[in-house]
Design a protein. Structure first.
Lengths: 908, 484
């Protein structure tokens, strides 16, 4: 008896009940038929204390040792609602039984053993076990042991099935495959000729290096990553507004692949790049859709926020860990050791992240230029000073954005005093104070705020003035029509250089605009110094700028100089605005979050106990609590994920590489390495690749090189009868599996064949649509295409919902959901689009122009077309057939046909 | 009645023969104990081939009519005498209700009078009199409840079962499950309103994570299918010869990869495309319709061009159903060309003025479509579904003359194969605000639609991102009472 050993704690012991004698019989009578060794409804067992403590699917704490009131078991047996009360369809437990169960739960010491046992239950699932580098099975060659290892694993598995690898593919096929897989573009004829003529054994390795060192590689592989992280450049949902500042993240991903950024850093920077000198990386967090239609209904707002956070938790889980963490929002994960509390611990990590554009530090060049511009504007204004007719040369105030530049000054307090508006009580949606181009006035930075008095309204609150959010619904309004003041106290003294304020940044409201104001700073809150005011601005509502100056009586030369100064100012201001605009990106904003609570069934109105930020408890712990600073939370989870001790991170990524090379992964559920995912076809190979990946310093290019130089990759792709009968999907890799190119590859290859492909990299994308700029955006497919549309498709602005009208039907995802593996369907609409669309016909015409320009005779032109489209020499019979066809139906039809063939869009 | 285990036990306890009931339900697939996934077996070379359902059913195909913008149940099908009596009074307990656009004003009766219709005497408003005449063929569900009060997520929810973007539409699930009887038309056609697309736009007929082959192909009587016809400067003979030339090259290429199903599928997709080039213009060409038909639909209405245009879409819908297209989705209302209330059913501010325009556009053509399907015998194997994203309030908004969003109780109706009619299922409270009797969810509604097609909603699953995904997520009970 337990109580004998605990005799000293008599008050507790006195109430202790006996499990076997008193509790178990009650449970056996009422519960164990459905929650016992034979049946576990909702995965709950009550036949041992450890199992009872573990709980079931709901995620509710069935037993809270020492607290029967908070124990779900008690809630369910004592419920007055017959639909909820356990056991169902029968009488409730008697009062005596109920109080015995309560007493059992209320004795915490009874639970020590069960708690202990539960914490020791290790998960046995394969992917949660540490990565152990397996012994290479059958080293054939000692020279380049690594790639031979891949082959050894593949060959061993094939041997078990009585299969063998195919022979090496022809060189012309190999080089075409290499470029299509790695670049999504075909090789040039020159590259093909060079490779075919190079007999050296190193020729292939050199070609692999060439391909890996090309910027085309990053563009191709970024596309895969952007699928995985559901990157899009519109908000989705009904308004589907553009995110014109989202593209820097796309460019950042491309650059990361091209520079072979170690994958562990790549991971960390996407979760906490703001702390690691890579601010654009956090574009990952907010790459998903976001419902910007915020109604008046408070419940709607809660649901929307919960959806945003679930999206972040889910994508972090699937992208990096191959764990479908999102499943645990409403209940414990059905298959994996992820509890509902784990979900909310992860949510607490991200709960300070908001969808937003963030200001980025200026580059050195940009910063220098900005200083120059300031000086030039200053000097132009000085030049104009003698001719000023009225007060003010600065641009008049406006509702959307007002800049106050002044010589930088030390300040701890900033006060904005308003003495007149254009209508009604003044309203300010945001007051930003910049030091070193960072807004230091944010509440999340520790700044506080007070005012002369506030207008009382749920949309208009004092705290909105420095919450980092724009718009009327996040603004402050003073309580009096005559004006008022608002004062920000910074957490410390900063060297302040610029203030930006607005009435309504989105531009929907323009009343309540402060037209007469002054801004003062102070170090102590007592002694104030004015740094800016409306006095040097053109008065609000005044007309043309020329009216501000009196140029009468000037000589022609003087007049010319004055006018030139006048014209220069707006140009400089525009340039400066562009510089500042470029230093902004849709990479999220951060603030210290409120506490996170577990939500019963994922419902934001049913919050339960508070949950501290953390990792998935069965896999690891973070040293965090509910007071941990926001950024530190993300850093901690980033470090935990991108660690060699994490059994999932490396495995998941090498499997993705494998999938992108062979069309199917070693695990063919690439974002689900949990118990509901599939088992690896080659577990040792997966672990070997994972350990190699970590040991080489997480270099993706190293892994590509290993795969590309393996015999497995270089096999012929043609089917062999005896093999296809045993393994029709080629999963065991007795050949290289041929397959159709993705949407992007098809479009890029068409443009390459026609000679129109524009290889400019980076920057804002091009649009596939004419956009109707209504509240709810409407996207109409373009009808005419010009050079602006001839860039690679990775630079096509990724509009959610509306896919490209021609290539979208080639299973191109729209970024609404994560897409770890694209489907590959074949449909008549694909055929119609390639046959009849304006885009393809135009490119067919360009292909004709090109072959006519570059070659003289019909034979030669057909030969060139075969090289451009298929990367090979035309055969005699094909040539004869083509000549006959062209003679009867013309070149355009011939080019149109070539772009529609299977050979053109298949990876051989 | 929703059917669940507890109720089953209740029945047997009440003396109804448990065995007889179980046998009945088994045949209907309602008590299948095996709930393991049973996705369709799809031959990659013939992705559109007709496939058998899970169990036998009357309905073979679906016509779904979607009124976009949230069509008010209060002003159409949900008759509430108490609301008429207490017109102008505050709604009891409604003082603190804050809906999408804000606070509520007083209870407001519909500007349209309700009258008994058909043999059954169902009370239906004067806004939709011709649909009302068909009351005996309709099965109303008055107790639907949704999860959101915003249009985009609401339309997503009604069309895909999820409020978020990126999930497959009902039509895509059905096309994936059953393929199509028509081998020269798409298996799933969405017919957008003449005024443009609804608020959630292409999400309403998207394929989500299902293969692209199963997404809805959108065209209507005035906007043809994109890229269907040969390019303008290409002669028909040249076009045909070019396609032959492509196929010759493809077959030669296939000879190098004998038995590769993806290459073979691509060859057959070009053949289907060629057939579609003939069959789609044929099906959209309404010139073969008689003057009487055009008149019945209102397609000849020269006064109301919009109505004539929607009527032509209705005729197109019938023609598609006739040709064996598996799933036809017909929209009334668009966000694109006016938005809130102007071009759709979103009557926040001037309900009477706006609905007075929408009612006549919608009523006659839709009623004619039902009549026409019936007289041609098509209702025998076609399920007709009318729905909208959510309902509206029995009150007018504070300071406005229209109704705000209300997902707490709204109406849809079914007709045709396998549906009990005339019938009314479920009810809202005395004002039409909240569902209180036989409360049904959109999941139940979807489960019922699939059931009517012979599909067990729990077994039609597609693995995506860690989950065997279903149209009905983890919810849904077939509404057994509405089955014939």
């Amino acid at each position: 008896m337990l109580s004998m050993f605990l005799g000293l704690q008599s008050s507790v012991v006195a109430q202790m009940v006996d499990w076997t004698r008193e509790v178990l019989p009650i449970l056996q009578t009422h519960c164990i038929a459905c929650h016992g060794p034979d049946t576990q409804e909702s995965k709950l067992r009550l036949d041992t204390m450890t199992e009872a403590l573990r709980g079931g699917d709901s995620g509710e704490p069935v037993i809270v040792p020492g607290d029967s009131y908070r124990s779900y078991l008690v809630e369910r047996i004592s419920s007055t609602d017959p639909k909820l009360r356990m056991p169902p369809d029968s009488d409730p437990l008697s009062e005596k039984e109920q109080s015995l169960l309560k007493a059992w739960i209320d004795a915490p010491l009874l639970w020590t053993e069960a708690k202990d046992a539960l914490s020791k239950t290790a998960t046995t699932h394969w992917s949660f076990q540490p990565v152990v580098r397996p012994r290479v099975l059958d080293p054939i060659d000692t020279k380049s042991i690594d790639t031979k290892s891949i082959d050894a694993f593949i060959a061993a598995k094939l041997r078990e099935t009585g299969l063998t690898m195919s022979q090496q593919a022809e060189k012309r096929r190999l080089i075409r495959r290499l470029f299509l897989v790695m670049h999504g573009l075909p090789p040039t004829q020159q590259q093909i000729d060079h490779f075919l003529a190079d007999p050296r054994p190193e020729a292939w390795n050199d070609l692999v290096d060439l391909v890996l060192n090309s910027p085309r590689y990053g563009e191709r592989w970024a596309m895969h990553w952007l699928d995985i992280v559901r990157f899009g450049e519109t908000d989705g949902f009904e308004t589907n507004r553009e995110r014109p500042n989202a593209f820097p993240f796309r460019d950042w991903v491309i650059a990361a692949f091209n520079s072979d950024k170690p994958y562990d850093q790549f991971v960390k920077q996407q979760i906490a790049g703001d702390a690691l000198g890579e601010p654009i990386g956090t574009g990952f967090l907010v790459a998903g859709p976001n419902d910007i239609v915020k109604g008046q209904d408070p419940l709607l707002g809660l649901m929307q926020r919960q959806d945003e956070l679930t999206d972040m938790v889910n994508t972090t889980g699937t992208a990096f860990l191959g764990l479908t963490t999102g499943c645990a929002r409403c209940h414990n994960h059905k298959f994996d050791p992820i509890s509902q509390s784990d979900f909310y611990a992860l949510q607490a990590v991200f709960s300070g992240v908001e969808h937003a554009v963030r200001e980025l530090p200026l580059s050195q060049d940009a910063s220098r230029r900005r200083t120059e511009i300031d000086a030039e504007i200053e000097s132009a204004r000085k030049d104009l000073l003698p001719y000023t007719r009225q007060r003010g040369t600065r641009v008049a105030v406006n509702a959307k954005e007002n800049l106050e530049d002044f010589p930088s000054t030390e300040a701890k307090f900033i006060r904005f005093t308003i003495s007149a508006t254009n209508a009604a009580e003044p309203c300010i949606d945001e007051l930003q104070v910049f030091s070193d181009n960072q807004n230091v006035a944010l509440a999340s930075n520790g700044a506080s705020v007070r005012s002369s008095g506030d207008f009382e309204h749920p949309l208009h609150k004092l705290e909105h003035i420095n919450d980092g959010q724009f718009g009327n619904a996040r603004s402050w309004i003073s309580n009096v029509r005559s004006g008022g003041w608002v004062e920000i106290q910074l957490p410390k003294t900063y060297r302040v250089e610029r203030i930006v304020w607005s009435r309504d940044r989105p531009g929907n409201f323009s009343d309540r605009l402060a037209t007469d104001y002054r801004i003062e700073t102070s170090l102590d809150g007592d002694n104030w110094k004015q740094v800016a005011s409306s006095s040097d601005r053109i008065p609000f509502g005044d007309g043309k700028k020329e009216m501000q100056y009196d140029f009468s009586g000037l000589s022609e030369a003087e007049l010319k100089a004055a006018k030139s100064s006048l014209e220069r100012i707006p140009l400089l201001e525009k340039e400066k605005a562009a510089i500042l605009q470029n230093a902004r990106a849709y990479v999220g904003s951060f603030k210290q979050p409120k506490p996170t609570y577990r939500l019963h069934r994922g419902d934001p109105t049913s919050s339960r106990e508070q949950v501290a930020p953390g990792a998935i408890a069965s896999l690891g712990q973070l040293q965090l609590d509910s007071t941990s600073p926001e950024q530190q939370r993300r850093l901690a989870i980033a470090n935990w994920i991108a660690s060699s001790d994490n059994p999932l991170t490396a495995r998941v990524m090498v499997n993705r590489l494998w999938q992108f090379h062979f069309g199917i992964g070693i695990v063919d559920t690439p974002s689900d390495f949990g118990a509901n995912g599939t088992l690896p076809s080659h577990p040792e190979l997966l672990d070997w690749l994972a350990s190699e990946f970590m040991e080489c310093g997480w270099s993706l290019k190293h892994m590509h090189r290993l795969i590309l130089t393996s015999m497995t990759w270089q096999q012929d792709s043609r089917p062999r009868n005896e093999a296809i009968q045993k393994d029709s999907t080629s999963r065991l890799l007795w050949r290289f599996p041929p397959r159709r190119l993705e949407a992007e590859g098809i479009r890029d290859c068409i443009l390459t064949a026609s000679g129109k492909l524009d290889l400019r990299t980076g920057g804002p994308g091009f649009s596939a649509f004419e956009v109707e700029l209504e509240n709810v955006r409407h996207y109409f497919p373009k009808k005419d295409y010009g050079p602006a549309d001839w860039r690679r498709m990775v630079y096509m602005t990724k509009v959610r919902q509306e896919k490209d009208s021609i290539f979208g039907v080639f299973d191109c995802p729209d970024g609404s959901q994560v897409t770890p593996k694209r489907s590959r369907s074949t449909t008549p609409l694909q055929a119609l689009n390639l046959l009849n669309s304006r885009f393809v016909m135009q490119q067919a015409d360009f292909l004709v122009e090109r072959i006519e320009r570059e070659r003289g005779s019909m034979d030669e032109r057909i030969r060139l077309a075969y090289e451009l489209c298929f990367g090979r020499t035309v055969t005699d019979s094909e040539l004869a057939e083509a000549i006959a066809f062209v003679a009867e139906y013309g070149w355009q039809s011939f080019a149109r046909a070539m772009l529609n063939t299977n050979e053109f869009i298949f990876i051989p | 009645m929703q059917f669940d285990r507890r109720m089953f036990l209740g029945y047997t306890a009440n003396g109804l023969s448990g065995i007889a009931l179980a046998a009945l339900l088994h045949r209907e697939g309602l008590l299948a104990t095996d709930k393991s996934p049973q996705p369709p077996q799809i031959d990659p070379a013939a992705p559109f081939a007709a496939r058998p359902p899970h169990f036998e059913s009357k309905a073979k195909n679906v016509l779904m009519i979607f009124c976009s913008g949230a069509c008010s149940q209060i002003d159409t099908f949900d008759y509430k005498p108490e609301l008429i009596q207490r017109h102008g009074e505050p709604m009891p307990g409604g003082g603190d209700v804050v809906t999408f656009q804000g606070k509520q004003g007083n209870l407001t009766k519909s500007p349209w009078e309700f009258k008994p219709r058909g043999q059954c005497g169902k009370m239906i408003s004067e806004l939709v009199p011709m649909i009302g005449e068909l009351a005996d063929d309709l099965c109303f569900i008055h107790s639907l409840t949704g999860k959101t009060n915003t249009h985009g997520p609401g339309e997503n929810f009604m069309s895909t079962g999820f409020t978020l973007d990126g999930f497959p539409s009902v039509g895509a699930w059905v096309a994936w499950a059953l393929g199509t009887e028509s081998q020269d038309l798409p298996s799933y056609v969405a017919i957008p309103d003449p005024r443009g697309t609804p608020q959630a736009s292409v999400n309403n007929w998207g394929c989500g994570f299902l293969p692209a082959a199963y997404q809805g192909t959108d065209f209507n009587a005035s906007n043809p299918l994109r890229n269907l016809v040969r390019p303008p400067n290409v002669l028909p003979a040249t076009d045909e010869a070019t396609r032959d030339f492509v196929q010759r090259m493809n077959r030669r290429h296939l000879a190098e990869f004998p038995g590769d199903s993806e290459l073979a599928a691509r060859i057959s997709s070009y053949e289907l495309a060629a057939r579609m080039q003939l069959s789609v213009p044929e099906v959209t060409d309404l010139s073969t319709e008689t003057a009487a038909t055009l008149k019945m639909y209102g397609a000849d209405d020269s006064e109301n061009k919009l109505k004539a245009s929607y009527a032509r879409n209705c005729i197109l819908a019938r023609r598609l159903v006739e040709k064996g297209v598996r799933f036809v989705q017909l929209f009334n209302g668009a966000y694109q060309t006016g938005g809130e209330g102007v071009s759709n059913w979103d009557g926040h501010k001037q309900l009477q003025e706006q609905y007075s325009k929408h009612g006549p556009v919608f009523d006659q053509p839709t009623a004619a479509l039902l009549r026409d399907l019936k007289q041609r015998g098509l209702l025998k194997d076609t399920l007709v579904v009318w729905c909208t994203e959510f309902g509206r309030m029995p009150t007018f908004q504070a300071g406005a003359s229209g109704r705000d969003h209300n997902p707490a109780g709204f109406t849809a109706w079914l007709a045709g194969a396998g549906v009990k009619a005339p019938f009314t299922y479920g009810a809202t409270d005395e004002f039409g605000y909240k569902a209180i009797e036989n409360i049904a969810t959109v999941y139940d509604f979807h489960a019922t639609i699939l059931h009517l097609l012979g599909i067990d909603h729990e077994r039609l699953t597609y693995y995506h991102n860690g989950i065997q995904r279903r149209l009905t997520d983890v919810h849904g009970q077939v509404l057994v009472d509405v089955l014939a």
